[in-house]
Design a protein around this ligand. Structure first.
Ligand code: NAI
Length: 329
């Protein structure tokens, strides 16, 4: 029996993500948690004729969180405020850092063995926050904590297919590594499978579009928020892979932002990049992140330059998350 929880379930990402999880045959029980509207979202989803049972919880002074999280196998977190035009993901830190910290404290208490998938931005900092909270509670398992960077991978597949003419973009495997904001996002087109040929005059614009594709959506929504539907798709794609690997399916690999020293093969990559938290393709298995795959050492010269910029930005983002837990503002 698999229990999945969505924390932030009533939001722009939370609702379509919950819909996809309700439709997923790997999920037996779906618990929706948010500070507003979960009874309505749960009632609505519960009429869908798929096996998963659906329940909705509001905080109720901690009781709702306890009921939602207890027994969870996987918790996906899209809780928090999204960007408006002109904002960077880092601008969200002030509010979202506290929200993520509170939810992770709940996980540490009620379902410490669950896979934890963090969507809330800035992912570069919220994942280190989660790790520190879990460490402090003595329940940190680096193999089970994931920053969801799949939307960057999905965008890379789509934008590259737009250039190469591939009709099914998801047939492309493109490592997108580093972090999840602006220049910390580094696509490694040289390691795409099958190989792709990006014309030299299109390379810079393509990299920029993968790094800043989120801004296109923020601008087009004109104040109504950031990516929600493409993010729900991406978040579900990653959650489904985690669940499939947990149930024994082999050979599942997807990039994710993890604590590298805690994942097999990750230590060398952490040393090479100067960052303990970093996204690389991760081989998933029953215990979660089973192996970090070194694509960094195979980057070409152009990609190495992009990586150098990412390393520096990331160090600051990571430290900010760690400091938030140890020296609260
Ligand atoms: P939204 O504002 O539509 O939804 C957020 C939900 O979180 C709301 O329903 C709100 O009530 C809820 N919430 C607030 N505090 C909470 C708490 N303490 N516990 C539980 N729920 C709480 O925002 P949207 O568009 O769904 O985005 C959510 C987050 O996802 C944002 O931080 C956004 O930046 C991030 N995001 C991440 C992406 C990624 O690639 N990782 C892509 C797009 C967005």
């Amino acid at each position: 029996m698999v229990k999945a929880v969505v924390a932030g379930a009533s939001g722009g990402i939370g609702q379509p993500l919950s819909l996809l999880l309700k439709a997923c045959p790997l999920v037996d029980e779906l618990a929706l948690y948010d500070v507003v509207n979960t009874p309505g979202v749960a009632a609505d989803l519960s009429h869908i004729s798929t096996p998963a049972t659906v329940t909705g919880y509001l905080p109720e002074n901690g009781e709702g969180l306890k009921k939602a999280f207890t027994g969870a196998d996987i918790v996906v977190i899209p809780a928090g405020i999204p960007r408006k035009p002109g904002m960077t993901r880092d601008d969200l830190f002030k509010i979202n850092a506290g929200i993520v910290k509170g939810l992770i404290e709940g996980i540490a208490q009620h379902c410490p063995k669950a896979f934890v998938l963090i969507i809330s931005n800035p992912v570069n900092s919220t994942v280190p926050i989660a790790a520190e909270v879990l460490k402090r509670a003595g329940v940190f398992d680096p193999k089970k904590l994931f920053g969801v960077t799949t939307l960057d991978v999905v965008r890379a597949e789509t934008f590259v297919a737009g250039i190469t003419g591939e009709r099914t973009p998801s047939k492309l495997t493109i490592p997108v590594i580093g972090g999840h904001s602006g220049q910390t996002i580094v696509p490694l087109f040289s390691q795409a499978q099958p190989a792709v040929n990006i014309p030299a005059d299109k390379y810079d614009a393509l990299v920029n579009r993968v790094q800043f594709g989120g801004d296109e959506v923020v601008k087009a929504k004109d104040g109504a928020g950031s990516a929600t539907l493409s993010m729900a798709y991406a978040g579900f794609r990653f959650a489904e892979k985690v669940l499939k690997a947990a149930s024994g399916e082999k050979g599942i690999v997807e990039p994710s932002y993890v604590y590298l020293p805690g994942v097999s093969g990750g230590d060398t990559i952490a040393k090479a990049t100067g960052n303990d938290f970093f996204s690389v393709p991760i081989e998933l298995g029953p215990s979660g992140a089973e192996k970090a795959i070194d694509v960094v050492s195979k980057a070409n010269e152009q990609e190495k330059k992009l990586l150098e910029v990412a390393y520096k930005d990331l160090q600051g983002n990571i430290q900010k998350g760690i400091d938030f837990v140890h020296n609260p503002p």
